[in-house]
Design a protein around this ligand. Structure first.
Ligand SMILES: [Zn+2]
Length: 247
């Protein structure tokens, strides 16, 4: 299994312990994701120190007002060999509706950067499905829709061949619309993630999340799709290697 999205720099436990517990649970690799410049630097340091960790660097939409001037720094980080993707970036109108214009500009700058360095882009979308689909339309690279939570975005994702990554919220009792969406994602476009330390899957809900818990998301997805969990774990890991160019 591969956890394609964890904020290791935001977890309370140190990365060595998280990576060791993940390995013991059968998680062979973690894509650690930066949320801003400081966070991306910390994430890259973690990836440098752990063979099983790859990094993604980006500025998330919550920092659109404060860090939109930092794309030059991001540009330097994005070329680092341990960096496999640009993001997370995207649009969030739930928490950031007052900065829509800044969010869009920051997203477009990171799409341009991802095309320039020829690495995939990791997209966050909350209550902004139409604008996200619009912003991504001209993008020519690989798209990973992280913590997929907007079934409204599914038709564009399927049509354009985006990778769709499910997090712990797909295991929650009330998430039947998400499980329904998961059934429609082609087997070669499906990814799993934890989004640690957030969104712990149902059996661990209410506690800090960590990469080892991706096993519960795989189990929940396998049940929703009526597939074998071990096989789905292998398949999503192969998809992650293809999407991010992982070893
Ligand atoms: Zn995230």
């Amino acid at each position: 299994m591969i956890d394609t999205h964890a904020h290791l720099d935001a977890c309370e436990d140190d990365a060595a312990a998280l990576v060791a517990r993940a390995a013991a649970a059968g998680v062979e690799r973690i894509v650690a994701v930066g949320a801003g410049i400081e966070s991306s630097l910390a994430t890259l340091a973690i990836a440098d120190a752990h063979d099983a960790v790859s990094a993604s660097v980006g500025i998330d939409p919550h920092r659109a007002a404060s860090e939109s001037g930092s794309t030059g720094e991001l540009r330097e980080l994005a070329t680092h060999p341990r960096v496999v993707a640009v993001g997370e970036t995207g649009l969030d109108y739930h928490y950031g509706a007052d900065a829509k214009r800044e969010q869009r500009a920051l997203l477009e700058a990171q799409l341009e950067l991802a095309e320039h360095v020829q690495k995939p882009v990791v997209i966050h979308c909350r209550e902004a499905a139409a604008d996200t689909a619009g912003a991504l339309a001209p993008f020519r690279g690989t798209v990973v829709l992280h913590c997929f939570s907007e079934p409204e975005l599914l038709p564009a994702a399927l049509e354009r061949g985006y990778y769709v990554s499910f997090a712990g919220n797909v295991t929650y009792p009330r998430s039947s619309a998400l499980r329904e969406a998961a059934v429609h994602v082609p087997a070669d476009r499906l990814l799993v993630e934890t989004d640690s330390p957030y969104l712990a899957p149902q059996p661990r809900r209410g506690r800090p999340n960590e990469p080892a818990n991706v096993v519960h998301t795989v189990a929940g997805l396998a049940k929703a799709r009526d597939e074998d969990a071990a096989e789905l774990g292998r398949r999503t890991a192969a998809n992650a290697r293809a999407a991010f160019g992982l070893p």
